[in-house]
Ligand binder design. Structure first.
Ligand SMILES: NC(=O)c1ccc[n+]([C@@H]2O[C@H](COP(=O)([O-])OP(=O)(O)OC[C@H]3O[C@@H](n4cnc5c(N)ncnc54)[C@H](OP(=O)(O)O)[C@@H]3O)[C@@H](O)[C@H]2O)c1
Length: 425
């Protein structure tokens, strides 16, 4: 595996950015900008020629960014919208959060936590892209493992999420500061808004206690904190303003160099369309649940059209072990046998071939190596279509007694076990 293939910067990508953290421009980006600049300077005195050139450059920019950011099948890397006209290179397969830790340090009770061990193993296996979130309470484990691995920071793509209870301008800045502290880094490559304000409605949740937020009340047994429902939940008519303020804070943090790319998670077309209508900067990514049997094709098309990379949470279906268990599904099994791959690898390749970037979570050596070994085969159009037709039904969520029905996107995250539903506006 080459340096670049491991997640490092491209060899030629050192000169095209105004942002010192943005090390990801490619040779194509550089030459494209350089040619534009040279012609611009040689044509100062010919207004018509300059107008024609400006139109050509605009067209070329549109075609260039559409091609660079939204390919139909993903190779080893994918380009994300960065600051200004820059792009940020992300490995197309990342690792999901891999286990628990302490929110106050990587070695609770003197013992390395699971997230630390699994992350260290993943980096030794050649993985270079780590998804994590402040609400997972394990970012110290991730950050310490990156440090101890001795892999240069610039070669690791690190992600984080702003949690649901910290939406709003000031809270978002606090959340990112806490993640920077826990990950022990000076910048984060990609930060996403974890949920739409409307998703989480009025749910307070018992989660880990964090020194960064001493004012959050403890649960009655004193073992955890009760993170309050966000001020801007769906019950609050100003939730969209609050969400916009979250985004404004992220744009600022990105412009200040604390973050290289910014995205959202669990957003639907109507939420993204609103950003388009308001002329807001669009997110680089939208992380949503996606796996065999559950891909929201309309959302995927919309995102591709607008240069938003769809990232797959739960790319192995998490609670559907049958799909990735050898022999469980006949179609997955036959495709796996054809390519001499495991069912999990077929499941992840399916996403890559749909143009979706998966972040599987794997805590064992064997699973991690399988999940990193996806770029030496690809599926046929018919195979992708066949796998798209597999439709699992419902699964129970592990919190709040929710059921998620994959067959109907309108019920996503929104049906209680007793059958009552709420819909996100
Ligand atoms: N934005 C959101 O709201 C959201 C929601 C959910 C998840 N996420 C993110 O998405 C990440 C991935 O989702 P997830 O962890 O829920 O589910 P997942 O990645 O779909 O599935 C993880 C399960 O698959 C197993 N596995 C991993 N590689 C395998 C392989 N090659 N063969 C067979 N089994 C394999 C793992 O085993 P082991 O347990 O043995 O490792 C684990 O049980 C999360 O870690 C998180 O970072 C985001």
């Amino acid at each position: 595996m080459t340096h670049a293939a491991q997640g490092g910067r491209d060899e030629h990508d050192t000169t095209c950015t105004a942002d010192e953290h943005d090390t990801s421009c490619t040779a194509a980006d550089t030459s494209h900008m350089a040619i534009g600049s040279a012609l611009h300077h040689t044509m100062p005195f010919f207004p018509l020629a300059r107008t024609v050139w400006a139109l050509l450059l605009l067209l070329s920019n549109v075609m260039h960014s559409a091609h660079a950011i939204t390919p139909s099948s993903l190779g080893e890397f994918v380009k994300l919208r960065g600051k200004g006209n820059t792009t940020v290179t992300m490995p197309s397969v990342g690792a999901g959060s891999m286990g628990g830790c302490s929110p106050d340090g990587p070695f609770p009770g003197g013992v390395p936590c699971k997230q630390y061990n699994a992350t260290l193993m993943y980096l030794k296996n050649g993985g270079r892209s780590l998804h994590d979130a402040l609400s997972y309470c394990n970012q110290y484990g991730t950050g310490q493992a990156v440090k101890d691995s001795k892999v240069p920071r610039s070669q690791v793509f690190m992600m984080s999420m702003v949690p649901y209870h910290l939406l709003g301008y000031n809270n978002t800045k606090l959340a990112v500061a806490a993640s920077l502290d826990q990950l022990q880094v000076s910048y984060i490559d990609l930060v996403m808004v974890h949920h739409r304000a409307c998703d989480i409605s009025g749910w307070p949740r018992n989660v880990c206690q964090m020194k960064a937020f001493p004012d959050v009340p403890s649960s009655p047994d004193g073992k955890s904190s009760v993170w309050p429902a966000p001020a801007c939940s769906v019950t609050d008519p100003t939730w969209q303003t609050c969400q916009d303020e979250t985004w404004r804070a992220l744009v600022e943090l990105r412009n200040d160099g604390k973050i290289r790319a910014i995205g959202v998670s669990n957003w639907q077309i109507r939420n993204l369309q609103r950003m388009v209508d308001l002329g807001l900067e669009l997110p680089a990514t939208n992380q949503v649940e996606a796996h065999i049997g559950y891909v929201e094709d309309d959302l995927l098309s919309f995102c591709k059209e607008h240069g938003i990379v769809v990232q797959a949470a739960t790319p192995l279906g998490r609670s559907m072990p049958d799909l990735v268990k050898p022999g469980a599904d006949p179609l997955v099994t036959s495709i796996a046998q054809k390519y001499k791959k495991s069912p999990a690898q077929v499941s992840l390749r399916f996403l890559l071939d749909k143009g979706i970037s998966p972040i599987p979570s794997a805590s064992t050596m064997a699973y991690q190596q399988e999940n990193l070994n996806l770029h030496d085969f690809s599926l046929t159009v018919d195979e992708v279509a066949g796998l798209s037709r597999l439709t699992p039904t419902c699964r129970g969520e592990w919190f709040m007694g929710l059921q998620k029905c994959w067959a109907d996107p309108s019920t996503l995250m929104c049906m209680f076990k007793n059958g009552s539903r709420f819909h996100c506006p």
